[in-house]
Design a protein around this ligand. Sequence first.
Ligand SMILES: C[S@@+](CC[C@H](N)C(=O)[O-])C[C@H]1O[C@@H](n2cnc3c(N)ncnc32)[C@H](O)[C@@H]1O
Length: 203
Amino acid sequence: MEGGMGPSPILELGEHTLPLHPRAVFGRDLSLEVEIGSGKGRFLLEWAAAHPEVGIVAVERARKYLLLAAQRAARRGLDNVRLVHTTAEDLLFRCLAPASVAAVHVYFPDPWPKKRHRKRRFFRPENVSRVAEVLRPGGLLRVKTDHADYAAVIGELLAAEPRLENADEEEVFAQVPATHFEIKYAREQRQVFRFAQRRGVSP
Ligand SMILES: C[S@@+](CC[C@H](N)C(=O)[O-])C[C@H]1O[C@@H](n2cnc3c(N)ncnc32)[C@H](O)[C@@H]1O
């Protein structure tokens, strides 16, 4: 990373004891949040800047985007952001402890519209179940997509997960900054579907 920047926010999983713990990752007890597929990092950086009490771990499998977001985080001196170059599934299933995460953000996950590619979608029963498991009681899942068919599938999967309850969408999204894709879609006047879910207190 270039001179004059803060320390690299890239988290090398091989250098950490798993599951990840905020004190080990951030050097202090921050409230752990996760972003799945952070892209170029617009939401990530705005959110981290507005919430110094939060430590946010973003997973992005495209190295080019991960490096771009990492450079921007370093340039802004954000010390509560970490970027992990792996898959969402690896982060969720191997790196996070049950009931350890205060919020999971999934914005504009790839819709994989072709039928033969649908199994690649992030929203499938085992991933939804694991998201519910890593959320702590009262923790939030926020999702946005512009894809109507995928939104219908996401709605069904979330409704079928007994540990997740509907949360007040207006309230939950009130202060959430737009992502890169969202800004692009707003220009195209595309409809955006939002889901706000809360992990219930019962197991
Ligand atoms: C459509 S883009 C949305 C990016 C960003 N959230 C936004 O709204 O601007 C989806 C992003 O998720 C990443 N991605 C897709 N599947 C992933 C997976 N299984 N694990 C990690 N990242 C993934 C892609 O590389 C891409 O950057």
